[in-house]
Design a protein around this ligand. Structure first.
Ligand code: GMT
Length: 375
């Protein structure tokens, strides 16, 4: 199939999932066209059947806001015609589903009929999309999609609860390539980061308020009062400064490393002993899955789709949002002795394998066929 993938090209989970999916589909013989404003960060290489088309939005002084949706839908129309693209897969409803639907309608005027698959990722439903300013347009574009998918059961329920949805929502969980992580593990150099008797704890996110990174610092403060440990904070975002200030106030500045954004998250995760994800909301928690596939147990909140990924008492522990005391206690339980830690590490990796890319990509292929059959 010739497929256009529309996504955010940044470090966020939806862009990562879209990029990994596109690369996996290309390996299965499909021709993939990424259409977005910048080359996706995880896009390793442009091969014969992976293309990237940049959406340009020229600045014009009359516009207070530059019309990205218009530029995106026009680019989609042009690329569909140029490359004979057969299907659009848009990731994150805002504004991609809306722009995709406009492109579809413009193409119909020229006698070209193309289906659109929309994948809902999380904040497009639970935070941004739910806002009255966007809600009618989000509802409309979900209902106008030929196939709708959501990354967890929890997100499906949230969508049905908050929007008047007339379309079936197919749950297709996020995925991971577990073979890729085996290769990374063989190159893992823990000694570069910590002493042998020191535990390594990590957190990866966009440091937005929804991630509750101050809770990460508080949990770590309790852990490090009982165990020799270091915390590695990967990412950039609006809460970073507050977290750095808190680390300093607690006298933990030497034990907490803010390493910024990284394209090599797995190289950090491979030597971690524990991953912290105390988010306010999390439709799936791809970061937790990436930790687990690297054999890292997860201490998380029990919000959204996290209980579908992290299994209580097996791959880690889950607590109510904000219950940092319990999260720290559970962390110390996992770190209490080598045997317990190893048991959790093995179970985390086994649980992650349930989300292996080779199981999930064929599910998308079947849905693409279903969408094509509708046209
Ligand atoms: O919150 C983020 O990390 C970014 C956001 C995004 O859209 O890129 O992530 C959402 O989509 C991810 C991929 O499906 C999910 O794993 C995240 O749980 C989800 N984030 C939230 O629901 C807050």
């Amino acid at each position: 199939m010739r497929i256009a993938i529309v996504c955010y090209p940044t470090f966020g989970g939806s862009g990562v999932v879209a990029t990994e999916l596109g690369m996996a589909l290309s390996k299965r013989g499909h021709e993939i066209h990424f259409i977005t404003y910048k080359q996706p960060v995880r896009l390793e290489q442009l091969t014969g059947n992976i293309h990237f088309h940049e959406v340009n939005v020229p600045e014009y002084p009359l516009f207070h806001f530059q019309p990205y949706e218009l530029a995106l839908s026009s680019k989609l129309v042009n690329m569909v015609k140029l490359y004979d693209i057969e299907l659009l897969h848009v990731h994150y409803a805002i504004p991609h589903a809306y722009a995709g639907y406009m492109a579809k309608k413009m193409l119909e005027e020229e006698g070209i009929f193309i289906p659109m698959v929309t994948t809902l990722h999380g904040t497009d439903i639970t935070l941004v999309g739910n806002h009255p300013f966007y809600k009618p347009a989000v509802t409309f574009s979900i209902n106008k999609s030929d196939v709708v998918t959501s990354v967890s059961e929890s997100l499906k329920e949230d969508t049905l609860r908050s929007f008047e949805i007339t379309k079936e929502i197919n749950v297709v969980p996020n995925f991971i390539d577990s073979t890729k992580y085996l290769r990374v593990m063989s190159e893992c150099q823990r000694s570069l980061m910590a002493d042998d008797d020191e535990f390594l704890i990590s957190h990866v996110s966009n440091f937005r308020p929804v991630k509750r990174i101050l809770d990460v610092i508080k949990i770590f403060a309790i852990i490090s009062s009982k165990k020799k440990a270091k915390l590695i904070m990967v990412g950039e975002g609006p809460e970073k400064e507050k977290a750095e200030d808190m680390a300093y106030e607690l006298g933990l500045q030497d034990k907490i490393l803010f390493v910024g954004q990284s394209n090599e998250v797995d190289k950090i995760l491979c030597f971690s002993d524990l991953f912290l994800l105390p988010s306010e909301k999390e439709s799936f928690g791809l970061a937790a899955l990436e930790a687990m596939v690297n054999s890292v147990p997860v201490i998380s909140s029990n919000t959204g789709g996290l209980p579908e990924v992290n299994i209580q008492g097996v791959s880690g522990y889950l607590s109510d949002v904000g219950n940092v005391g319990e999260m720290a206690e559970n962390a110390l339980e996992i770190l209490k002795d080598e045997e317990t830690l190893n048991r959790f590490k093995t179970a985390a990796r086994n649980q992650a394998k349930a989300f292996d890319i080779h199981k999930i990509v064929p599910v998308y292929e079947n849905l693409y066929q279903k969408a094509l059959d509708k046209i």
